[in-house]
Structure formats: C-alpha cells, structure tokens
Design a protein around this ligand. Structure first.
Ligand SMILES: [Cu+2]
Length: 121
C-alpha cells in the first residue's frame, strides 16, 4: 500500500514537473549569466552578459549598483543573439549589482528577468 502511494505520488510529481517545463520549452530560455547569478567577483568584471538556448532580441539591458546606472560599452544593437555581452565602461565600486533585461523571443513572447552579483571590497 505504502509503495503504491509513493509511486502514485512520484508519477504526480513527474506530471507536475512536465507541466511546468512545457511552457519554458516553447521559447528561448536563459542558459546562464556572466557573472553567474548570485556570484561574487573580486574586481570589475570584464564582461556582463547573458546567454540563451536560442536567439533572443534584447530590448533592455541595465546594470545598476551602489552608484546607480553603470555605463556600458559595446552595447550591441537589438539583433537576435544567443550571447549578449557588454563591457563596463569604467571600474565598478564594490557592492551589490543588479542586471535587469528584457527581450523578445522568436515566438514573439516578451521575456524579462534580473540577476545579481557582488563586486568584492
Ligand atoms: Cu514563448
């Protein structure tokens, strides 16, 4: 009896996971961040960016920190890309930074997310 319940529960969980996973597969997803979300870097990162498992047309990419908006170099246009990378224009003060981006997936869905990293003292 116990085993049967456990198996049913497992099947229900698998179905639930699948239900959540399906909409994500419909459009491009986030594969990773540079620097990685939640990470701490020792100095100004050379690059800040994000990569996707398919082409994404980035429409907004803002980095804010203790000094407000971070100015960025080589900010790409909004051509669809799997790798969106920018360089901070100057050195970044120690502290916590947030990257906020928006993008348009190939299926027409607007996507947005944020990630954070810390520049160490
Ligand atoms: Cu979609």
């Amino acid at each position: 009896m116990t085993i049967r319940i456990r198996m049913t529960l497992r099947a229900a969980l698998a179905a639930l996971l699948l239900a959540f996973a399906t909409p994500l597969m419909a459009h491009e997803g986030e594969m990773g961040q540079i620097p990685e979300d939640g990470s701490t870097v020792q100095d100004t990162p050379e690059e800040i960016g994000i990569h996707f498992d398919g082409a994404m047309r980035i429409t907004q990419f803002d980095v804010t920190g203790p000094q407000g908006r971070v100015s960025l170099e080589n900010q790409p246009g909004n051509e669809p890309t799997e790798e969106y990378r920018v360089r901070p224009a100057g050195s970044m003060e120690p502290g916590s930074y947030e990257v906020r981006w928006r993008g348009l997936a190939r299926d027409g869905h607007m996507m947005s997310d944020t990630f954070r990293f810390t520049v160490e003292d």
